[in-house]
Design a protein around this ligand. Structure first.
Ligand code: HEM
Ligand code: HEM
Length: 462
């Protein structure tokens, strides 16, 4: 009857439904075109094929991917926080309170930003350890290792500048303690401190400086270096995991990135996101009373990731504790791939079976010697009093540093003579120093109470 009436124009839902139903293999299909775009995007990040073995979770533990995910979470939550946050000493703290009580989901967004920032430190250290212990830093990946160290500094810098923003007692005093370390840089220390803080101490200008660094300079640099790092991973390809008794040139099976790698990445990212959100729902980020520059807490501690450094300062002359020893450690870390040009153990955890034993023993020696050093220094070893005729920079700087270097040299030589290869002996020194630094950090966080005296952990944890 109504044959001549024009056909009604299909609605949006109908059109979408039809496009989904079209033959996916037809070049005209929208879905096909969409897939092409997605695949192209993915293949800009990844090669089209990867070695099947690199997909094993217990090789990379997904740590690099987790770091990239955390960086994205930080940008998203950080931008949302900017809508509620005012960077001035008069209003910063108030804006944090308002964020937590008046802004819908404000507390959750703050919690997400706070906990992801802390997780970033843990994940980046674990990623560095994974790369180190599987030999992923050696040629041809040495440049990417150096990029990684820059990323490490940027993540610590983002955490340090962000720490001040809530402007509570914790923030104010942790940043005061942290930035006082910079003052010990010989000659330029004062000038750098003034430049960073915008004056002789933490104040309004510091908050402005840190805010600018935190929301613009550091994130932009971080994303630029991160993109470079990820591109280098693609170019250099990932080290292929292998057993200690396997030769390096066995042919490895390859699989296509889509779907094998991408599906794993997606599932891992979703699981991690769910866990982080669940954690942020349950645990609130700390906020103490408003910053009071006239009343310092006792003990005044730096942020937890700087406690190893603060512990070092209790035992060495400040120029050594704050600058020379950390500077040497950082230089050593950056130089690592250039010291081991003949590394053939890439992809093997701890280089060899013997290497595993050596790493284990080095952890035990590192932990014990650091704890012994702290204990001895506390009760017996007062070097400036024993060597009163020397300036403290020598008695409490050069002398203990020389002692430590001699100890390391003896350990290296000893292992070498007992049959370790040069590569395993270097692994031992790195592991020992790392274990010692972790022990210092644990002592600083859990065993230092009022006046930074040694106490039992239950009197430190509230
Ligand atoms: C790697 C990246 C980042 C890290 C590690 C990081 C870390 C932190 C930390 C530790 C805090 C203190 C949180 C607290 O205890 O309350 C903070 C606060 C803040 N961050 Fe970030 N952040 C990052 C990126 C960003 C970005 C990209 C923005 C904005 C574009 C941003 C904006 C803010 C704002 C507005 C605050 C103050 C609010 C608050 O303290 O909760 N952050 N950040
Ligand atoms: C924001 C920080 C970082 C991100 C997003 C990141 C990301 C990644 C990703 C996705 C991979 C490949 C998969 C994996 O190993 O998990 C990787 C590999 C690598 N990363 Fe990182 N990384 C970061 C920090 C670092 C640091 C601190 C270092 C070392 C100092 C480092 C050195 C390397 C090296 C050498 C590789 C290649 C390892 C191999 O081939 O086995 N990265 N990184």
């Amino acid at each position: 009857m109504n044959d001549n009436l024009p056909e009604a124009r299909p609605g949006l839902v109908q059109r979408l439904w039809r496009s989904v139903q079209r033959d996916p293999l037809s070049p005209e299909s929208d879905r096909d075109r969409m897939r092409l775009v997605m695949n192209n995007l993915i293949l800009h990040l990844h090669p089209s094929k990867v070695a099947a073995r690199t997909l094993r979770f217990n090789y990379t533990f997904g740590l690099g991917g987790l770091l990239a995910l955390l960086a994205v979470i930080q940008v998203v939550t950080g931008v949302l926080l900017m809508f509620a946050y005012t960077p001035s000493p008069d209003s910063a703290y108030q804006s944090m309170l308002a964020l937590q009580t008046e802004v819908p989901f404000g507390q959750l967004i703050r919690n997400l930003h706070h906990w992801s920032a802390n997780l970033m430190i843990v994940a980046i250290v674990l990623h560095l350890l994974r790369v180190f212990f599987t030999g992923g830093f050696a040629s041809p990946r040495q440049f990417n290792w150096v990029l990684g160290i820059i990323l490490l500094l940027l993540v610590v810098g983002a955490n340090f500048t962000g720490y001040l923003l809530p402007w509570d007692q914790l923030a104010y005093w942790a940043v005061t303690v942290g930035s006082s370390l910079i003052g010990y840089i010989p000659l330029a220390g004062d000038a750098i401190t003034r430049l960073l803080l915008g004056g002789p101490e933490v104040g309004a200008a510091t908050l402005t400086n840190f805010y600018g660094l935190h929301v613009a300079v550091i994130p932009l640099t971080l994303f630029a270096v991160m993109s470079f790092h990820l591109w280098r991973v693609r170019k250099d390809t990932l080290t292929v995991p292998r057993r200690a008794d396997e030769p390096g040139d066995v042919p490895v099976e390859k699989v296509t990135t889509i779907p094998h790698l991408v599906s794993r990445e997606l599932i891992f990212a979703l699981v991690m996101l769910a866990l982080i959100i669940a954690w942020a729902v349950v645990f609130n980020a700390p906020l103490e009373e408003a910053a009071n520059p006239d009343h310092s807490p006792n003990p005044a501690k730096a942020a937890w990731y700087f406690m190893g450094l603060q512990e070092l300062l209790l035992h060495f002359h400040p120029t050594f504790g704050a600058i020379i020893i950390p500077g040497l450690a950082l230089l050593g870390l950056a130089a690592l791939p250039y010291l081991e040009p003949d590394m053939e153990a890439q992809g093997i955890w701890f280089r060899s079976i013997q290497g595993r034993w050596i790493a284990g023993i080095s952890i035990v020696i590192g932990v014990l010697s650091a704890a012994l050093f702290v204990g001895l220094d506390e009760v017996l070893l007062d070097l400036p009093a024993l060597l009163p005729f020397l300036p403290t920079v020598i008695s409490n700087g050069w002398v203990p540093l020389a002692g430590i270097l001699l100890f390391l040299l003896a350990y290296y030589e000893g292992l070498y003579r007992l049959g370790a290869t040069a590569c395993e002996a270097r692994l031992a020194i790195f592991t020992l120093l790392l274990a010692a630094f972790f022990t210092f950090t644990i002592i600083g966080i859990f065993f230092r109470g009022e006046g930074m005296a040694l106490v039992m952990p239950w009197s430190v944890i509230p």
